[in-house]
Design a protein around this ligand. Structure first.
Ligand code: ATP
Ligand code: MG
Length: 556
């Protein structure tokens, strides 16, 4: 019999559980974000893994808000998370849950532990708890409150719940082992006193559960089978299991995988929050941000993000993925989908002296050579056009195949033109070119076998529309902005946004739609930004056309 192969180690565990009929043949996962920030591309990995695994095994996946800390959480984040998971293409059916729905149940479970002598109310401050905990090499010390009677603990805990004590003055702690080799087992805190209203439960509660106490209960209450989390929780698994064993309730299996890291950016809500609050970027959906909302506004598609996540794979060892792979995935997707158009980002005027001044022709332009069914559109051509300033050089080197004095180039979809004269202002800046066109070259070719190497994009000066275009580069100047001792914000790339204010677009783009991507020929993929209104168009560059990923792969 041949060995069965699995696409990743998590599927191997799940399939073995299915074979043994553990969990009655069910697969039930959950994606458990804390609503204290917007989701980022790292969360996309967890979303695709949790929802994707459930789909694959005909199981279910819950969307569950881990809303146990009212001091940092907000309804705005809840709404953005719902929107982002949906946009990525996943559906939780009627299983949208909140940890706060279980606060009563969690309280009951805590009372059970107190009654079993497994939890106690402690009056040490947070700092004292830290001191008493010890270190990896030094055992901890018992809290002086550790041996309170069950009755006293029950009474104090109830009074904590009723709001009788000040923030931070008491905690409920599990009574485990202050000399346990795993620090998480040294009487971990289960409840803190926090007098802050909660976005779901209002001011009903004055105590809130910690992650370690809450998470295993949430999973158990929802009958999750496989609780997939990132590696930093591996050291907490022993506690996850301890709580559930002590209570003797349904016990899911926690499985850890490596988180996604990406070069030239940070994937931590705490750091992304600083970028927003300290105004390095314009908000959570700033197109430079690695958030789902930022990527969407930048022009990324759900398909490209899912493809990216799949390509990075599921492992148990930490690694950093090259940003170029993410760009490769969006290029690959948009190459198939995006309509081609012409846009001049840095315009230089060209007057075609032998073309009738009052004439306009509507030329056929192919919408997408990758997809012939996309057909053709009309682009207007007349005696005055714009080309890209960088496509002209007065003293052109030999290898420069674009326009220069006396040279002939092809205008995409239009004609051959030859440059005859360069007009300059009094400072010597080029303001205009005078060219002639060849009427025999309509459509961009002739039948006399003439070789014209360069092909330029262009727009009609009389018909084009104006727009602003935003170009982006990496948000940080270092591949790993977290690396050094310095503050990661010191590595913020001050040139990560470049706004071009005088761009000229072909007239078809006046009907550009939000959420649609366009390839500006030779310039990359672009999409309309939400800052656009009426005649004030703003486009974001999603990505350039040059694929650096294929080069990186070849080198490897
Ligand atoms: P951050 O570290 O950005 O603050 P978090 O882990 O605190 O993230 P949660 O809201 O708790 O954010 O995350 C929800 C789920 O997403 C968790 O299961 C978490 O393990 C997972 N997750 C978070 N970041 C990543 C990442 N970079 N790669 C893969 N999964 C992640
Ligand atoms: Mg977290």
């Amino acid at each position: 019999m041949s060995e069965k192969t699995y696409s990743n180690f998590i599927e191997e565990i799940i399939e073995k559980d299915l074979d043994k009929n553990i969990y009655d043949g069910r697969v039930h996962t959950r994606f458990p974000p804390e609503p204290n920030g917007y989701l980022h591309i790292g969360h996309a990995k967890s979303i695709c893994l949790n929802f994707g695994t459930a789909q694959k095994y005909n199981g279910k996946c819950n969307l569950r808000f881990d809303d146990t800390n009212p001091q940092k959480e907000d309804k705005e984040y809840v709404n953005s998370i719902i929107e982002d998971v949906k946009w990525l293409g996943f559906d939780w059916g009627d299983r949208l849950f909140y940890a706060s729905l279980y606060f009563d149940k969690m309280y009951e479970y805590a009372v059970q532990l107190i009654k079993k002598g497994k939890a106690y109310v402690c009056d040490l401050t947070a700092e004292e708890i830290r001191e008493y905990r010890g270190t990896l090499t030094k055992p901890g010390k018992d809290s002086p409150y550790r041996n309170r009677s069950i009755e006293e603990n029950l009474e104090l805990f109830e009074r904590m719940k009723n709001g009788e004590f000040a923030d931070g003055s008491k905690t409920l702690r599990a009574k485990i082992d202050m000399s346990h080799p795993n620090l998480n087992m040294r009487d971990p805190v289960m409840y803190r006193i926090v007098h802050t209203p909660h976005h779901k439960t209002g001011s009903k509660w004055s105590i809130y559960p910690t992650y370690d106490w809450a998470h295993c209960l949430e999973d158990s209450i929802e009958c999750i089978t496989h609780s997939l989390c990132t590696l930093e929780f591996a050291d907490h698994k022993i506690l996850y299991d301890w709580f559930l064993e002590q209570l003797g309730i349904y016990h899911p299996k926690q499985i850890e995988f490596a988180r996604l890291n990406l070069t030239y950016t940070v994937l931590s809500k705490r750091k992304l929050t600083r970028l927003v609050n300290e105004k390095y970027v314009q908000g959570w959906d700033d197109p430079r941000m690695p958030t789902i909302a930022g990527l969407r506004r930048r022009g990324y598609t759900p398909e490209s993000i899912r493809d990216f996540v799949e390509k990075t794979g599921i492992t148990r060892s930490d690694s950093v993925v090259d940003y170029a792979l993410l760009e490769h995935c969006i290029r690959d997707d948009l190459n198939k989908k995006a309509q081609r158009v012409m846009a001049v980002l840095d315009p230089l005027k060209v007057v075609i002296t032998n073309y009738p001044q009052d004439k306009t022709e509507e030329l056929d332009a192919e919408n997408n050579p990758e997809n012939p069914n996309d057909g053709y559109r009309k682009v207007p051509f007349c005696s005055e056009i714009y080309i890209e300033r960088e496509d002209f050089k007065e003293d052109a080197p030999k290898k420069f195949f674009r326009l220069s004095p006396g040279k002939e180039v092809r205008l995409k979809h239009a004609y051959y033109i030859t440059c005859n004269e360069v007009i300059k202002d009094k400072n010597g800046n080029i303001t205009e070119l005078r060219c002639t066109y060849d009427p025999q070259s309509k459509g961009g070719w002739t039948d006399d076998g003439r070789k014209v190497k360069g092909t330029l994009h262009w727009v009609s000066a009389k018909h084009c529309i104006d727009a602003k275009v935003r170009l982006y580069s990496h948000m940080f100047t270092k591949e790993n902005p977290d690396d050094a001792e310095d503050d990661f914000l010191d590595n913020f790339n001050q040139e990560s946004l470049l706004v071009l204010k005088n761009c000229k677009l072909e007239p078809s783009l006046k009907d550009a739609k939000f959420g649609t991507s366009y390839q500006f020929l030779r310039k990359g993929y672009f999409c309309l930004d939400k800052d656009s209104h009426n005649n004030n168009l703003v486009f974001n560059q999603t990505v350039t056309l040059k694929d650096t990923w294929s080069k990186i792969v070849k080198k490897k």
